[in-house]
Design a protein around this ligand. Structure first.
Ligand code: USQ
Length: 389
C-alpha cells in the first residue's frame, strides 16, 4: 500500500479520489487551500449538493471506516517551502495533482480570471515538479489533464494517447519517422494551462527522470461514487451554474427544475465523457502502473464515450420531457466536429466503463430532484463570453 498526497483533494474530482484510495488501503494526506469554496462565494453560488466542511468530511470518513485522512491547508504554487516540507515529512510514494482552476468559462470571464488561472495553474504544476526534485525522492506524479489539450476540430484520425507518429521529409529527399507530443490546440485559457503543464512534465521527465502520468480526461458527469454515497456528510459537490457546471450535469439539473436545456449554438459539438466513478478507478490504476524513471511522460486518454451535444440533449429530453433551447454560443469553438479517441490503456483492458445508457443518469436525476430547492435559476445561464465582440 502506498502513501499518497492528493493536491486539491477537497474538489469535485479530488474528494471522491481521496476516499476511493483511502478505502483501497492507501495512506492519504489531502493538501488544499479551499479556493474552490471561495470561488463559490465570489460567484454567489453554492454546490447543488450540501457539501460539508473539509474537517467534517474527514471526521465522518474516519468514523465510518476507521481510515484516517490527513489534511493540510496550503496553496500549491505559492507556498513552496511548506509544500517541500510536507513532501519531506510525509515521504509519499505518489502525488496526485488536481490543484488547478478547472473551469473554462471561469478562466475566460475577465482579464482578472485569465491571470488568476494562468498564475494558479502554471505555478502549481511547476512547484510540484520542482519540489519533488528538490526533495530527492522518487515520487510518481499523477496529473489530471484534459482531452481539451488536443482541441476540438475534426482531426480526421483517431486521437492517440498523447503522442503522434509523424514522417518528415529531409532536404536530402529521405523521410524521418519520429514521435511528437500531439500538437496542442487549447480552446480556453484554462485548457491552455493544461497544454503548458504537459511541457513542464516533458522537461522534468527528461531532465530529472521524474516519473509522470498525465491523464487526459474528458468531461466528467455524475456526482457520487460508492464512497461518497455512504453518508450525507461525504456527499460530493455538484456544479450546475454557467461557470462551473459541465454540460451533461447541467442538462440533468435543468430538466429537474423545468428549465429548457441550454444547447450552445447548433449542438453539433462532439465531446468525450467519463463518469466520476471511472475517474477514481482510472486514477487508482494509474498510480499502480508508474512509468520507469527516465521514461517519457505516460499519457492516457481518460474517457469512455463521445457524444454530440444535440444528441445528449435529445436523449435527456426524451427521458424527462424537458424542452431544448438552442442558445447563442458564448464560446469561440467549432460549431460541429467529429471526435474519435483511442482509450485503450484503461478501457481496452480491465476497467469496464460506466456508460450513459446504464441507468446512472437516474442517479444524477435523483440528486438533482432531491436538491432542486437549492437551485438558483439566475445562475443557470452561461454568461462568460470568449471574445469581446
Ligand atoms: N455547453 C452547452 N451548454 C451548456 C454548457 C456547455 O452546449 O449549458 C457546451 C460547450 O459550449 C462545450 C461543451 O458543452 O461545447 C462542453 O462544455 P463543458 O462546460 O461541459 O466542458 P469544458 O468547458 O470543456 O470543461 C470541462 C471541465 C474541464 C475539463 C473538460 C474536459 O470543466 O475541467 O478539462 O471538461 S474536455 O472538455 O474534454 O476538455
Amino acid at each position: 500500500m502506498a502513501k499518497i498526497l492528493v493536491l486539491g483533494g477537497d474538489g469535485f474530482c479530488g474528494w471522491p479520489t481521496a476516499l476511493h484510495l483511502s478505502k483501497a488501503g492507501h495512506e492519504l494526506v489531502i493538501l488544499d487551500n479551499l479556493s474552490r469554496r471561495e470561488i463559490d462565494q465570489e460567484l454567489g453560488i453554492q454546490s447543488l449538493t450540501p457539501i460539508r466542511g473539509i474537517e467534517e468530511r474527514i471526521a465522518a470518513w474516519e468514523e465510518l471506516t476507521n481510515h484516517k485522512i490527513g489534511f493540510r491547508r496550503l496553496t500549491v504554487g505559492k507556498e513552496f517551502d511548506a509544500l517541500l516540507e510536507v513532501i519531506e515529512q510525509e515521504e509519499p510514494d505518489a502525488i496526485v495533482h488536481f490543484a488547478e482552476q478547472r473551469a473554462a468559462p471561469y478562466s475566460m470571464k475577465s482579464a482578472v480570471h485569465k491571470r488568476y488561472t494562468v498564475d494558479n495553474n502554471l505555478n502549481a504544476t511547476h512547484d510540484v515538479c520542482a519540489a519533488i526534485v528538490e526533495s530527492g525522492r522518487d515520487i510518481h506524479l499523477v496529473h489530471l489533464g484534459t482531452m481539451g489539450v488536443y482541441g476540438y476540430g475534426t482531426a480526421g484520425l483517431k486521437i492517440p494517447e498523447g503522442y503522434l507518429s509523424i514522417k518528415v521529409d529531409t532536404p536530402e529527399g529521405e523521410q524521418v519517422e519520429t514521435e511528437i507530443l500531439y500538437p496542442a490546440n487549447p480552446g480556453s485559457i484554462y485548457h491552455m494551462t493544461k497544454t503548458q503543464d504537459a511541457l513542464f512534465f516533458q522537461f522534468y521527465a527528461k531532465n530529472d527522470g521524474l516519473r509522470v502520468t498525465d491523464l487526459h480526461q474528458g468531461i466528467v458527469w455524475g456526482t457520487q461514487t460508492p464512497e461518497t454515497s455512504m453518508d450525507e456528510r461525504l456527499i460530493n459537490r455538484f456544479d450546475y451554474d454557467g461557470e462551473y457546471g459541465t454540460v451533461l450535469n447541467r442538462f440533468l439539473v435543468q430538466a429537474a427544475v423545468g428549465h429548457p436545456l441550454t444547447v450552445h449554438g447548433t449542438g453539433g459539438q462532439t465531446r468525450a465523457f467519463i463518469h466520476i466513478r471511472d475517474t477514481v478507478r482510472c486514477i487508482e490504476r494509474a498510480i499502480s502502473e508508474p512509468p520507469e524513471s527516465g521514461a517519457r511522460v505516460e499519457i492516457r486518454n481518460q474517457m469512455t464515450e463521445t457524444h454530440r451535444l444535440k444528441d445528449l440533449a435529445e436523449m435527456i429530453a426524451e427521458r424527462t420531457g424537458a424542452e431544448i433551447s438552442f442558445v447563442e454560443n458564448p464560446r469561440n469553438e467549432a460549431a460541429e466536429n467529429e471526435l474519435n479517441v483511442i482509450n485503450e490503456k484503461f478501457f481496452g483492458h480491465a476497467i469496464e466503463p460506466t456508460t450513459l445508457e446504464e441507468g446512472l443518469m437516474e442517479e444524477v436525476r435523483d440528486i438533482a430532484a432531491r436538491y432542486r430547492d437549492r437551485v438558483d435559476p439566475k445562475m443557470i445561464p452561461a454568461t462568460s463570453q470568449w471574445s469581446k465582440t
